[in-house]
Design a protein around this ligand. Structure first.
Ligand SMILES: [Zn+2]
Length: 299
């Protein structure tokens, strides 16, 4: 009987080690002296990761998997609420991106929530809905970084100096990126683009591009026959026959439109997904790739 007890204990121990290993970033959640910042999805994770980099006792964890993409229709799973229960601060994009926000507020009324898009001017789409993808323009990203920084300082004032120093360095990098992109795009001949989903209006606005049609408004919603016909007409009327797809969505609709119009397909990345171990400069890298793609496509 005793032997079985020991074996059982050993087995439970093994199981718990396995559980930790599967979710390694959760291991030191229990430390009370640590400031745990949870971010809602990939771009918030990258921005906050830069602002809170290398600060002792401050940990940044992303609630969703890095391949999740936008959170328009995201449903919270029990593991998400478990992570949020341990969080001191929750960094979200806001502007309607996190459709589950009310559930979080009602279940965890004491959680400090930082809204990156707070008080920003939002673009409104054809159906009157506010567009939450502000980070896809670099000016929008800079404003979000500044808002997150102020939120972190208010919630965790003892680390103010570190947050500020990191944030200023990161903003400088983003400013440089923005300037070099403006420089590179200023002589581009054609400015008409056709894109996928509603991620690119802020980007287009910043660089003077003209989105003539959006193929799929939301992930998973296939365009209707009428919408397809409108898009095909828009491409045929445009100076350059190019379609910009996104890596997060199926290229099926884009391919069918390409086949009917002779348009070429290129990929623009709205920085909503990334590798499991995200590099701090992944926003800049992705935007530089987008720039190369644009120049190649619109030359
Ligand atoms: Zn989206």
């Amino acid at each position: 009987m005793k032997k079985i007890g020991v074996l059982l204990l050993f087995f439970i121990l093994l199981l718990s080690i396995a559980a930790c290993g599967r979710n390694a970033e959760n291991i030191d959640f229990e430390q009370d002296d640590e400031t745990l910042i949870v971010t809602s999805f990939y771009p918030m994770y990258i921005f906050t990761g830069n602002i809170a980099a290398n600060i002792e006792g401050v940990k940044v964890v992303n609630m969703t998997e890095p391949q999740t993409g936008c959170l328009h229709d995201y449903q919270l799973v029990p593991a998400d609420l478990k992570v949020l229960e341990k969080a001191d601060i929750f960094v979200i994009n806001g502007a309607g991106m996190e459709s589950f926000l009310e559930k979080v507020i009602s279940q965890l009324p004491d959680l400090t929530i930082i809204e990156a898009a707070k008080d920003m001017d939002l673009l409104v789409d054809g159906s009157g809905e506010e567009n939450p993808h502000v980070w896809v323009s670099i000016s929008g990203a800079i404003q979000e970084v500044k808002n997150i920084t102020e939120g972190l300082i208010a919630a965790d004032p003892k680390n103010e100096a570190s947050y500020r120093k990191n944030s200023e360095g990161y903003v400088k990098k983003l400013e440089n990126l923005k300037n070099s992109m403006h420089e590179a795009l200023k002589d581009i001949k054609t400015k008409d683009i056709v894109t996928f989903h509603e991620a690119f209006p802020y980007f287009a606005h910043e660089f003077g591009l003209n989105i003539v049609s959006v193929i799929e408004r939301e992930p998973g919603s296939e365009p209707s026959a009428g919408e397809l016909a409108d898009t095909i007409k828009a491409i045929n009327d445009a100076q350059t026959k190019v379609i910009f797809a996104e890596p997060q969505y199926s290229a099926k609709a884009a391919e069918s439109i390409a086949a009917q119009t002779g348009a070429e397909i290129y990929v623009l990345d709205p920085v909503v997904t990334g590798p499991k171990v995200a590099e701090l400069d992944s926003y800049e890298k992705t935007m530089e790739e987008n720039l190369e793609t644009l120049i190649e496509a619109l030359k």
